[in-house]
Design a protein around this ligand. Structure first.
Ligand code: KG4
Ligand code: ZN
Length: 338
């Protein structure tokens, strides 16, 4: 089965052609237009600009993926598109285009939840993963830990109480004037650090319930930056900046993985999936590999190009979901529930 997957829920516009085989999904072609330069000066995504840019990029992105695969649109057995959650203007562009293409060519159509996309990105890494699995989905908008019963059913176990983990990276980079998006910059900076900075204290919750909080970490980073003269303008070559980046990512990675051992015992999980943009992080990947090895869990972390928002993950999820009987009544939903 050939699936065209489309994703434009935030600031990336991506299309992919994926062949679903008995051995798992195989990527035939993928295109992606990033809007980092457009949003860079604002230090974050400007929704109105993102939607307008998607409109301009969309045709070239879709035609580019089909061209690279050497296949016409009419050869697709299915069109899969992100239905939500995300920025409504961004979602609507590819969502409307996908329905128009499905209608014109008479191709079955499937709307995909963005997080099922991030989950299914892991099928490219380990297609025959044993279930149940713990699925840590971390991005600029999500920090959620689920119990995955299979590749399409997620039960929420724990989530952030405030900021997403990706925001901790993006906001740190912004406060240090390092650029946007912050995750990859902080990661590169951290890897060249010769030393770590003083550790950050984990938050304590009065209600005693499980969860994460990253807004306190953001404040702690801000206080450190304000406490050291010139740090906000020092740049990536300054050893103090590198040390701070290293400690930040060591902290985020260890906080994210902390609940895994107890939840493995509670749920009987056999595997650990880590996906979403933050799963590109070198420290999180290393700590997850070490922990999975220690706990005897099969680990599935997608290649970085499948971790950040991309069309291939939407195609992979769309391949295993049932197509909609009536796509025309469907609409993009910025708060789509799972
Ligand atoms: O999944 P994604 O592309 O978009 C959302 O759905 O949000 O994730 C983007 C997030 C951004 O916050 C970005 O800074 C972060 O993923 N990110 C990273 C790295 N690469 C991207 N965070 C930490 N380390 C990285 N190497
Ligand atoms: Zn995402």
């Amino acid at each position: 089965m050939l699936v065209l997957g489309l994703e434009s829920s935030c600031d990336d516009c991506s299309a992919a052609v994926v062949r679903e085989t008995p051995g798992g999904p195989v990527l035939l072609a993928m295109t992606r237009k990033s809007q980092d330069e457009l949003h860079g000066p604002y230090g974050g995504v400007v929704p109105e600009l993102a939607a307008r840019e998607h409109l301009l990029q969309l045709r070239g992105v879709i035609a580019g993926a089909l061209d690279k695969a050497g296949l016409p649109l009419s050869a697709m057995d299915r069109i899969a598109v992100t239905q939500g959650p995300g920025l409504v203007g961004s979602l609507l562009t590819t969502f409307s285009a996908s329905k128009a293409m499905a209608w014109r060519e008479g191709i079955p159509w499937v709307g995909v939840h963005h997080l099922l996309g991030h989950l299914n990105a892991a099928r490219f890494a380990v297609p025959d993963l044993p279930f149940p699995a713990l699925a840590l989905l971390v991005s600029g908008g999500h920090t959620h830990l689920y119990l995955a019963r299979d590749w399409s059913h997620l039960e929420l176990l724990q989530k952030t109480r405030d900021d997403a983990a990706g925001e901790a990276f993006d906001k740190t980079a912004r406060m240090l004037n390092l650029g946007y998006p912050g995750g990859p910059i902080v990661d590169t900076c951290a890897r060249s650090a010769e030393r770590a900075a003083a550790p950050f204290t984990p938050p304590k919750f009065r209600d005693g319930k499980a969860g994460w909080s990253f807004s306190g970490l953001k404040t702690a980073v801000r206080n450190r930056i304000h406490g050291e003269a010139g740090l906000d303008a020092a740049g990536v070559d300054d050893p103090r900046v590198r040390a701070l980046c290293r400690t930040l990512q060591e902290t985020v990675a260890s906080w994210l993985l902390k609940p895994v051992p107890a939840l493995r015992d509670e749920t009987g999980a056999r595997a650990l999936i880590v996906s979403g943009g933050v799963a590109c992080n070198s420290e999180l990947r290393a700590q997850a590999a070490a922990l999975a090895g220690k706990l005897g869990l099969v680990l599935a972390i997608p290649e970085p190009r499948f971790c950040t928002d991309n069309g291939a993950m939407i195609a992979a999820a769309g391949a295993i979901l049932a197509p909609a009987a009536d796509p025309w009544s469907r609409n993009a939903d910025p708060n789509l529930p799972l």
